[in-house]
Unconditional design. Structure first.
Length: 187
């Protein structure tokens, strides 16, 4: 079981729990703060039966995710673009209530150093994990850290801590992006 504990400096801390062994499930997993209060849910979804079959054959080739608040409203949704251009490097169309719409691009060159990039209001954000480092950083184009994501151990169950250092990114959008990042087997 994979457990994500989010320590938010600017906002309320959030814990995200989802089992690693059933990554293809469409079950909703609870988002709770550090005090055990439910603040939302995260769910993987498929657009069609064909999408599910392709994903099963090619093992996490197509990944879509959606994050809800505690009232069931969609806060962030990521849908993978499926085309010939995205067969090598994936792209997701992300719609967030906090930051709006943007395109998340996989910029990974070698699997031990995964990275994803997106642009919001002419600012380039980079989600990057270095080889043998347990910390994933979300940085802005000005080399300013926006969030730090760490985990306590490599094998499940593990606790992942998301620490927001700036209020320009919300925990729902970051949880959605990191869920995609983790399902790509980068962590």
């Amino acid at each position: 079981m994979l457990i994500i504990t989010c320590k938010v400096v600017i906002q309320c801390p959030v814990i995200i729990m989802y089992p690693l062994s059933i990554a293809k499930t469409e079950k909703k997993f609870a988002l709770t703060d550090a005090y055990g209060n439910r603040v939302g849910e995260i769910q993987r979804h498929y657009n069609s039966t064909l999408h599910y079959v392709v994903d099963t054959i090619f093992s996490d080739y197509l990944i879509n995710a959606e994050v809800f608040d505690n009232k069931g409203r969609s806060m962030s949704k990521a849908v993978e673009a499926w085309s010939l251009q995205t067969m090598i490097r994936s792209e997701w169309n992300v719609d967030s209530k906090h930051v709006g719409r943007f395109v998340l691009k996989d910029k990974t060159r070698v699997k031990p150093n995964p990275s994803m990039e997106f642009v919001i209001d002419n600012k380039v954000y980079l989600l990057k994990k270095d080889f043998m480092d347990r910390t994933t950083k979300l940085t802005c184009s000005s080399d300013r850290d926006i969030a730090l994501i760490t985990y306590n151990k490599v094998i499940p169950p593990r606790t992942i801590t998301i620490e927001l250092l700036d209020d320009e990114m919300d925990v729902y959008t970051l949880a959605c992006i990191y869920y995609l990042f983790s399902l790509r087997d980068y962590t």
